[in-house]
Design a binder for this molecule. Sequence first.
Ligand SMILES: C[S@@+](CC[C@H](N)C(=O)[O-])C[C@H]1O[C@@H](n2cnc3c(N)ncnc32)[C@H](O)[C@@H]1O
Length: 394
Amino acid sequence: MIDDIAQKVSERYARAAATGEQMCCPTGYNFNDLKTFIPEEVLNISYGCGTPAGLATVKAGETVLDIGSGGGIDCFEASRRVGPSGRVIGIDMTDTMLKIARRNSPIVARNLGYPSSNVEFRKGMADAMPVDDGSVDLIISNCVINLAPDKRKVFREMFRILKPGGRFTISDIVADQTVPQYLVHDTEKWGNCLSGALTVGEYIGGMVEAGFLAIHQVKTISWQKIDRIQFLSVTLTGYKFPLVQPNSHGRFATLVGPFSRVTDELGQSYRRGIPQQINAWAAQMLSAPPFQQVFVLSESPTIIGESDPRWIAVLPEQKPCVWKGDFAILTGPFIEAEDDDRHVFRRGTPIEICSKTLKVLATGHYQPHFAVINRASQDVAGTTVSCAPEGGCC
Ligand SMILES: C[S@@+](CC[C@H](N)C(=O)[O-])C[C@H]1O[C@@H](n2cnc3c(N)ncnc32)[C@H](O)[C@@H]1O
């Protein structure tokens, strides 16, 4: 079954590349900008669902690896961002894609004014990449891992090839619930990036299992609904932290909000305002960018009270609410988090929310942590209520 899926996916993309067929999702790239240095032949076969190479995360001089590089769009954008001193490696299993990408790489180098191309395209599978251990600073990928039959193997490969301190930024398709067998075995829908989609929880869980930490969303957009299954395009980032002695040099972390309580990926819980002693392993993780707005790290315990300007709380309006079919999915970097209305969100699990909570989660402090979907398939009458089913405030 596994070889069969890969073979069919490869044939599908070879066909698409040969004909220039339009597939998958709007990526969000500014094509007018990309056209200034990437030939149209490459842009015409852009089959991604995000902009992992177009984000500010790509830094000059880095070694970047793109899993499932296709015609090369993300490799070429990464080439521009890493500059002539950086390196980019594209991996793809489909010969037709590799041929187009390789043909265009000297043209892109010339357009960028580089003495020679800093992009190399290698033939290989996402779950067995022809790349040395610990040799890459940043892994990107655009709408590919959903196509791989064994995603956990891909996540383990990613962890193997990253340098300690390395990170990934990946755009991919996920689903709000388990994709049923009748869709899983629909080959056409595999090729269209739907049947192979994991749930948000399975996707992030597989990455944690591989060893990644501080996994969080950069962006989520709704893509397509099939038989009440909501497919989403997510862009996620996570880190492979260098090994440190967990017990060396303890510090303190104080949660500033917006959540009233969170549990991190190491299983440690924090209450807003109350300092928590942490070991060096946790301190390294909480120093990573997704936590910088959420924690104060200090050498001695720092208590943060409600009157402290660092304290963040976003309270719902005190008025009745309406249930409209909205669900919120916590996308990280915590495995569990509680808001000021006693909703407990578990990463990857959709929780039904009312109009009041929707408004709260749309604020700048909460929004980065959630994907919001709507499961109503017909107009909602919208009777206002004042309480949740279990009697709490809704
Ligand atoms: C949806 S396209 C995306 C291409 C490119 N990332 C882009 O944004 O245009 C998927 C690409 O991944 C490649 N691919 C799919 N599954 C793969 C696997 N298991 N190993 C290596 N390449 C794979 C396909 O050959 C194809 O070029």
